[in-house]
Design a protein around this ligand. Structure first.
Ligand SMILES: NC(=O)C1=CN([C@@H]2O[C@H](COP(=O)(O)OP(=O)(O)OC[C@H]3O[C@@H](n4cnc5c(N)ncnc54)[C@H](O)[C@@H]3O)[C@@H](O)[C@H]2O)C=CC1
Ligand SMILES: O=C(O)[C@H]1O[C@H](OP(=O)(O)OP(=O)(O)OC[C@H]2O[C@@H](n3ccc(=O)[nH]c3=O)[C@H](O)[C@@H]2O)[C@H](O)[C@@H](O)[C@@H]1O
Length: 465
């Protein structure tokens, strides 16, 4: 919304949220999320044509176009629990829009939603809104965190789906005229509603599938002496496959891949397509396998026990250049190590101690609900978790180092100094392939790097669950 305000000075954008603390932060000097370039954009527009407010109903009443970007978490209870999208927040928003509206409006699905959600939303709105006409559009968002501003300035495409009626077509053109103020016509795709809704789930499923494919191969690389970087480069030079998004890792994280694939799986099951559901489920299974495989490697190479050993965790965010920890693989890796009684010392340049403690305590999927619905008590194994503000502090007297986020600064650390201050034998487990293995081995480390030829030490220590 901030980028729309920047690129379209004639449009007034008001971002409304029921969370008072978030809106207060959006109005302050410290924005509630870390995203490179966002501060600049907000500062340029805030108070001119970009406003942040908790007066949700007032601004919805005044608006011509309402973008709904509320959370769409995975259901934790009842029908479809663990898979289906929980549309409670969406339904509440739709009912509120219907209640307060006194003029026709375009309602845009910006959240990622199950295919056919627009139909449900239409029903809610038409049953509740007297004689007012609503046009529902699907306009899914494809930005990635860490590169959000660049992605929004120069997207691969913008997708707008609407009803194939004259009114639907008119609404599509209205929204198109907003984006066409900075995006070339050819990049603005228009489709029917269901294609737009499904394309978003499909795009995330394809992206995640690429990572699970390369991660599955990384396990085979380790067993055969192949190097996953060389394999993915060789594969990616085929122009039909392409070089991007083929980096092996400890597993993908983030608030959307898992949630959206589970959602897709559930929709397939509801449509009587168990084989298709099973196909996509495998992407998640390989991701879970990759995380537990990593933990097993750590424990197995340290004589099959990490009890009371200090393990430094470098990086907790789900990728670099963000402070977001939703579904970060670091949560599962830390829980795995804590389960084996390790002491973990965590450093991430953008994640607070409070966030890390909450993440390690929370149940799966709880993170995607408002803060007042999340657990508040402290974790029982808190004494085994310390959060520090420096990589050297985290690694001091440690037995092993796990690199779980690919922050650039981890490439430039003084590994000789780290080695000198660790207990021996000193291990590095690189879950993001950021370190120079040969250099670290020269220093004296025993190094494990995802999908790379195994250190002789690790070959003799098979990681059997
Ligand atoms: N985070 C990302 O990079 C991307 C997210 N998406 C999708 O966008 C949607 C939102 O994602 P996030 O922004 O990450 O979630 P979020 O949880 O950070 O933000 C959702 C916000 O909606 C507010 N909210 C809930 N009900 C409301 C209501 N009735 N009225 C006003 N505000 C309400 C919440 O207080 C919260 O601040 C999800 O469907 C997600 O899949 C899509 C593409 C990228
Ligand atoms: O729907 C969404 O929320 C967004 O989800 C992803 O964006 P995001 O999760 O922010 O970040 P990605 O760059 O996709 O990374 C996701 C995870 O995959 C991992 N990853 C990515 C690429 C790769 O080659 N290997 C790999 O392990 C990252 O480290 C990260 O943990 C998609 O890339 C966006 O297009 C989409 O809009």
């Amino acid at each position: 919304m901030a980028v729309i305000a920047l690129k379209c000075p004639s449009i007034e954008v008001v971002v409304v949220d029921i969370s008072k603390s978030r809106i207060a932060a959006w109005n302050s000097d410290k924005l509630p999320i870390y995203e490179p370039g966002l501060d600049d954009v907000v500062k340029k527009c805030r108070g001119k044509n970009l406003f942040f407010s908790t007066e949700v109903e007032k601004h919805v009443y005044e608006a011509d176009i309402v973008f709904v970007s509320v959370n769409t978490p995975t259901k934790t209870r009842g029908l479809g629990a663990g898979k289906a999208a929980d549309l409670t927040y969406w339904e509440n928003a739709a009912r509120m829009i219907a209640d307060v509206s006194k003029s026709d409006k375009i309602v845009v699905e910006k959240s990622t939603v199950p295919v056919k959600t627009a139909e449900a939303i239409e029903k809610i709105m038409t049953h509740n809104a007297k004689s007012i006409k609503f046009q529902i559009l699907s306009n899914p968002e494809f930005l990635a965190e860490g590169t959000a501003i660049q992605d929004l300035f120069n997207p691969d495409r913008v997708l707008i789906g609407g009803r194939e009626t004259p009114e639907g077509e008119k609404a599509i053109q209205t929204l198109k005229s907003v984006y066409s103020q900075w995006i070339p016509e050819g990049k603005i795709l228009t489709t029917n509603l269901w294609s737009a809704e499904l394309s978003k789930l499909a795009a995330n499923a394809f992206l995640a599938q690429r990572i699970s494919s390369v991660n599955a191969l990384s396990a085979l690389c380790e067993g055969t002496g192949a190097n996953v970087n060389q394999v993915s480069y060789a594969v990616g030079t085929d122009t039909r496959i392409g070089p991007k998004f083929l980096n092996a890792s400890v597993g993908f994280g983030g608030s959307c891949f898992q949630k959206d694939i589970l959602n897709l799986v559930y929709i397939c099951e509801c449509n009587g397509l168990p084989e298709v559901a099973e196909y996509w489920k495998q992407v998640i299974k390989i991701n879970d396998y990759q995380k537990s495989r990593f933990v097993n490697r750590v424990v197995a190479s340290m004589f099959n026990t990490v009890a009371n050993k200090k393990i430094a965790i470098l990086g907790f965010a789900f990728k670099k250049d963000t402070g977001d920890t939703r579904e970060t693989p670091a949560i599962d890796v830390c829980k795995g190590l804590l389960g084996d009684k390790a002491r973990v010392s965590i450093f991430d340049p953008q994640v607070t101690e409070d966030q890390i403690q909450r993440d390690l305590w929370m149940n799966k999927f709880d993170w995607d609900h408002p803060i007042h619905l999340q657990p508040t008590s402290t974790p029982s194994n808190e004494k085994n978790v310390s959060v520090v503000w420096d990589a050297y502090e985290a690694t001091k007297d440690a037995d092993g180092v796990c690199i779980l986020t690919e922050w650039d600064e981890f490439k430039k650390l003084d590994y000789q100094k780290i080695y000198d201050n660790m207990r021996k034998p000193a291990f590095v487990f690189d879950g993001r392939n950021v370190v120079d293995c040969d250099k670290l081995r020269e220093i004296g480390f025993i190094v494990y790097s995802i999908g790379k030829p195994l250190d002789p030490w690790l070959k003799d220590m098979p990681a059997v669950a």
